[in-house]
Design a protein around this ligand. Structure first.
Ligand code: 7TS
Length: 420
């Protein structure tokens, strides 16, 4: 029985999704693993990079590399312009109101820590509550837990049902007069559930509570409009969105960022320094101490150009097609159970097989060139919810094909044959 609805036919014709041409943009996809073509289905962990991104990073070092925001010389001015252009591309990508609302960080993890340590420490006190959900990645649990421990506050958790969905009514009941901030995933990395973030934001805002959205899995797979969603904070990682590692984004509404204390002290985040007193730089620089990942940031801009060039709507439709196809084929495998059957689901497919440990599935699949992730996916509470130590997880990217779904299914049959 399939749990993922087939997409409705598009109202207006769109150009065909040329996955073969897209694949040629990714040099690594030509790799052979143990003599077999690579089938890369670990995109939720990190996505591969198109030549446009690889070339952009090389171009920085070959043509316009210098430190930014400090030089009067030609190279520094050019590097600064390119870095600032990446910030503007990010603003457009999220439909943020202003570029100063885009803070560059190392990744989603750092963005959560930044907000927990700045907004959190100034707003959360003894007896207060931080509300998350039962399907968060560790990076959207532990920073809040650390904050709650320090501030003697309580971490409240909106539970998930058997399908892996958060019941919005239960969520609403957990918003109390003591709730100071809500932090939720947009798309679960362990189950693929898409959360009703817009509705959750409305409910939080009705009570004057801000909402942080962990968009690490969403930005590669669906269009995101932070203003339409009503997100006060939104975080994502370049490396999952086809860009380089070591770059990430924290979007924050200017009004909130203005009032928050800095995160780290150092160069670039200051206006003036004396031994008596330091005043801080304007947004977003107040939150960007030290030399950032300059080349990575510029190449991240190229990654945003790449995915928006294809179109997030079309990427979403393509991955939905793969998810439907894979779900149908996997559910037909004897003894295989899909974990996470939410009505709203995208790009991520977790499963277990009777009598075969997920790690053994992963190892046999690897021998067939099929790369998936096995384990707890840095979401141990999700595994606990289902009473599982681990799952096997296939996660799709914009370059995956139905043939690769078939390779996945074929390799799973091999694993079952070997271990049963
Ligand atoms: N939030 C979610 C929902 C994630 O999936 C991840 C990484 C993070 C936060 C952390 O992102 P980072 O870029 O700061 O590391 N998820 C995974 C995964 O599913 N497999 O490996 C990393």
């Amino acid at each position: 029985m399939s749990t993922v609805a087939r997409p409705a036919p598009a109202a207006t014709p769109v150009p065909a999704y040329d996955v073969a041409a897209i694949r040629r943009d990714f040099p690594i996809l030509a790799t052979r693993v143990y003599g077999k073509p690579l089938v890369y289905l670990d995109n939720a962990a990190s996505a591969q990079k198109p030549s446009a991104v690889i070339d952009a990073e090389r171009d920085v070092y070959e043509k316009c590399y210098a430190n930014i925001h400090r030089g009067v010389h030609w190279l520094s001015v050019h590097a600064t312009d390119a870095y600032d252009a990446a910030r503007e591309k990010t603003r457009r990508f999220l439909n943020a109101a202003e570029a100063r609302e885009i803070v560059f960080v190392r990744g989603t993890t750092e963005a959560v820590n930044l907000v927990a340590q700045t907004y959190g420490r100034t707003h959360v006190g003894p007896g207060d509550e931080v509300l998350i959900t039962g399907l968060e990645h560790h990076s959207n649990i532990v920073p809040w837990q650390m904050l709650c421990e320090e501030r003697k506050a309580r971490l409240a958790v909106a539970p998930i049902n058997d399908a892996g969905e958060v019941d919005v009514d239960v969520f609403a009941r957990l918003l109390t007069p003591r709730t100071r901030i809500v932090s939720v995933a947009h798309l679960s990395n362990a189950l693929g559930t898409v959360l009703p973030v817009r509705r959750m934001a409305e409910l939080a805002h009705e009570r004057g509570i801000p909402i942080f959205v962990d968009g690490a899995q969403a930005t590669p797979r669906m269009p995101v409009d932070v203003r339409e969603l009503g997100a006060d904070f939104y975080a994502f990682s370049s490396h999952k969105t086809y860009g380089p590692t070591g770059v990430g984004v924290l979007y924050g509404r200017a009004e909130l960022l203005e009032k928050m204390p800095p995160y780290q002290g150092g160069g670039d985040m200051i206006r003036s320094v004396t031994f008596d007193k330091t005043t801080y730089n304007k947004l977003p620089h107040k939150f960007e101490a030290g030399t950032p990942n300059i080349a990575g940031g510029i190449a991240f801009g190229a990654a945003l150009d790449y995915v928006t060039g294809i179109g997030l709507e079309r990427i979403a439709a393509h991955e939905h097609d793969l998810l439907v196809d894979a779900t149908e084929k996997l559910q037909a495998v004897d003894g295989l159970r899909v974990v996470g059957t939410a009505r709203e689901k995208a790009g991520v497919l977790s499963f277990v097989i009777d009598g075969v440990h997920p790690h053994d599935i992963g190892t046999v699949l690897d021998r067939h060139g099929v790369a998936i992730r096995t384990g707890h996916h840095c979401a141990q509470p999700v595994m606990d919810r289902y009473g599982l130590p681990a799952t096997a997880r296939a996660s799709f990217g914009l370059y995956n094909t139905r043939d690769e779904v078939d390779a996945l299914v074929g390799a799973i049959h091999e694993a079952i044959r070997m271990f049963r």
